[in-house]
Design a protein around this ligand. Structure first.
Ligand code: PLP
Length: 375
């Protein structure tokens, strides 16, 4: 059986978790959380980084920091994971979905401006497969209309756009360290904060609305409840698991990239023959090999392909069912303009097995089976 995903494990995880326990620091903001926060700041150039319990929670924090209120509108793609919308509709906002580009599966930046109303508060680009959205255009629109930008960079750790790390470009960036992502802590994420003056409000929201973080740094002599907040800090045991991977971030990156390239080279003839479509990486983007997908002709052909791979002990998966047609999407959102590509392209896409340590022979087997299917 070739699994679709196996959570990353580099070898030091159990040792570090044991150390967190010996440190008597199994709650949040211990040694490993601080190491992870510093790593993120160093590798992305962002002013602030706070480890969170998930990317969903990092996005909720961003929605709070953007002061999203009932009646506000937030522009995002419909082709995304539910969390992108959840974080904002929880605050009473309407999700305004716009169509995607068929080449990268990212939000079509040329359609954003037309979706803006006087209720629009934020734009949420989702960097699908760790390939950046057209951020210069998006940041320019946001500046002209005074909108916040929250990057859903759940899949974008170690990806770049014109030399800038994904998650560090907008006002806020949200990383995921779920077990299906390149770097993992089981369940977890991080909030990246671009403006230094937004760090303290973020710390307060994350610490139940208290200024406890400031207290621990010795900047005040007692802490108190100063704002409405919640609890978004993960256990240091989870951070210890993540630290073992961040220490080997480049090794994980190189290993995944080798698999991605092997898929690309071996499946390119099928694309050239017009049978399938492979991922497209724009020139200004450096991706992180988060995902390898192929696009079949249509839904029927994709279903047959997934079934054929399954019969050959290969696990491949599809996603996402566009949000605008889902029950909650109908209730909390609307689609601006025409759905030209969102549904059509989503129905063509299949994700192939890709994880740290996937053996090249297995990657080649997957390629062989796909070729056999199209023969
Ligand atoms: C994985 C993912 C999320 C959610 O991440 P969690 O850490 O599980 O909350 C959000 N958005 C996108 C695009 C994702 O891929």
């Amino acid at each position: 059986m070739i699994n679709f995903n196996i959570p990353p494990f580099t070898g030091k995880e159990t040792e570090y978790i044991a150390k967190a326990i010996r440190n008597h620091k199994i709650s949040g903001d211990g040694e490993f959380t601080k190491l992870c926060n510093s790593w993120i700041m160093e590798h992305t150039g962002t002013a602030g980084a706070l480890l969170t319990t998930s990317c969903t929670h990092a996005t909720e924090m961003a929605a709070l920091l953007c002061d999203i209120k009932p009646g506000d509108e937030v522009i995002m793609p419909s082709y995304t994971f539910v969390s992108t919308a959840d974080a904002f509709v929880l605050r009473g906002a309407t999700a305004v979905f716009v169509d995607i580009r068929p080449d990268t599966m990212n939000i079509d930046e040329t359609l954003i401006e037309g979706a803006i109303t006087d209720r629009t508060k934020a734009i949420v680009p989702v960097h699908y497969a760790g390939v950046s959205c057209e951020m210069d255009t998006i940041m320019d629109i946001a500046a002209r209309y005074h909108l916040k930008v929250v990057e859903d960079a759940a899949q974008g750790v170690m990806s770049y756009y014109k030399g800038k790390a994904l998650g560090s470009i907008g006002d806020y960036g949200c990383f995921s360290f779920h077990e299906t992502k390149n770097y993992s802590m089981g369940e977890g994420g991080a909030l990246l904060i671009r403006n230094p003056e937004d760090i303290e409000p973020a710390e307060i929201i994350r610490e139940k609305g208290t200024n406890r973080s400031k207290f621990f740094r010795g900047q005040i002599d007692k802490y108190t409840w100063v704002e409405a907040g919640s609890s978004y800090l993960p256990s240091d045991m989870n951070a210890a698991y993540l630290w073992a991977q961040l220490e080997k971030a480049q090794e994980i990156y190189d290993n995944r990239m080798a698999t991605w390239n092997l898929y690309y080279e071996n499946l390119l003839p099928l694309q050239e023959a017009g049978k399938i479509t492979l991922p497209f990486i724009p020139e200004e983007c450096v991706h992180n090999a988060h995902m390898f997908y192929v696009k079949a002709k249509d839904l029927k052909e994709r279903s047959a392909l997934i079934r054929f791979l399954k019969e050959n002990d290969i696990s491949s998966v599809f996603h996402y069912i566009p949000l605008h047609g889902a029950p909650a999407g109908i209730k909390y959102g609307r689609f601006h303009g025409e759905d030209v590509y969102t549904t059509k392209e989503s129905e063509r896409l299949t994700r192939l097995p890709l994880y740290y340590g996937l053996e090249p022979e297995k990657t080649l087997t997957v390629c062989e089976k796909i070729k056999e299917f199209y023969r």
